[in-house]
Ligand binder design. Sequence first.
Ligand code: NAI
Ligand code: PYR
Length: 374
Amino acid sequence: MIVGIPKEIKNNENRVAITPAGVAALVQNGHTVRIENSAGLGSGFTNEDYTAVGAEIVATAAEAWNADMVMKVKEPLPSEYGFFREGQILFTYLHLAPEAELTRALVEKKVVAIAYETIQLDNGALPLLMPMSEVAGRMSVQIGAQFLEKPYGGKGVLLGGVPGVQKGEVVVIGGGIVGTNAAKMALGLGANVTIIDVNADRLRQLDDLFQGRVQTLMSNSFNIANAVKKADLLIGAVLIPGARAPRLVTEDMVKTMAPGSVIVDVAIDQGGSIETCDRVSTHDNPTYERHGVIHYSVANMPGAVARTSTLALTNVTLPYAVLLANKGYRQAIAENRPLSKGVNVIDGKVTYKAVADAQNLPYTPLDEALMVKN
Ligand SMILES: NC(=O)C1=CN([C@@H]2O[C@H](COP(=O)(O)OP(=O)(O)OC[C@H]3O[C@@H](n4cnc5c(N)ncnc54)[C@H](O)[C@@H]3O)[C@@H](O)[C@H]2O)C=CC1
Ligand SMILES: CC(=O)C(=O)O
């Protein structure tokens, strides 16, 4: 199989979908890997690092997209839709729920669109989302701490306080991977931390994990309103896999926050969990203000720490890429249930229910979509 690796084009997206170790594994399995010129530089990998293990370097995006399987990091942008072709495997983060235009293009071009973020183990874990959620969760606190500083427009609060002075209040909504990693960092800085989740068992686990050093709260609008009011730093970290993020923090709640407080809505890639996070921001221009509160809603946070993120991401994507390349998508998804959950669009049909529901499109179960072709 020919595997294509285009250079990422999203704002400040410095990650790349494959490392030299990944190229070596695919080449050893008899595949051809085409990498767009300088695609790895943002993560510290040169063309020579790739050619040394058998990759071909191609000059243009069109040549990298001319492949049986295209591996990327972020969702394709409109300038890339023209490269799609029928039956091509696209293996990347897609976050289709808030992306009507991209979903339409994948359906129309009959791409086999496999989303990293919906590959799911039988225990519910999302193994290809997890490492980037670890990164973004950890980053959310360092970013929040920076924007709380006066020169960055914040209220001038040090999250850890100092002896004799109140600590900062960090409120995290969603106690999964992002939320847990945010809490670890916030506790490390010495802040007071509250985690809100809808899953009572998860709250129990978090209480055990942090040995009572975080305040856990059940997610409901009463508890959220009270917590948001006192937050110096509010972090949005909820997820319902594949679905548009639930809007849990209303504009009225944001109005109760003190001026110069900071919101980091990590869940913006699924449409955002805070009503006033009404746009996706970029690393170039990451913040905007609503009701005196600084809002940060960058959808590719890990792209800023690309070396760490590329290594962490490709550790988990490579085994699935090798499986897809060796067996072809039909056999690979028939044999591997977690991988089959990653299939969002196939043969012009939306096969992930939460995506179909979010887009008001017909939903076709994967078995049915595959049967039609047989
Ligand atoms: N902006 C960025 O650069 C990045 C964004 N993300 C995004 O961060 C979000 C969170 O990801 P993970 O932590 O990996 O997900 P996760 O599945 O590990 O955790 C989500 C948590 O949200 C909770 N939840 C669901 N509905 C809720 C509600 N109504 N109230 C309170 N809690 C609720 C769940 O019980 C779960 O504990 C996702 O949208 C993910 O795509 C992840 C990495 C990078
Ligand atoms: C998860 C995701 O969308 C990212 O790492 O950019």
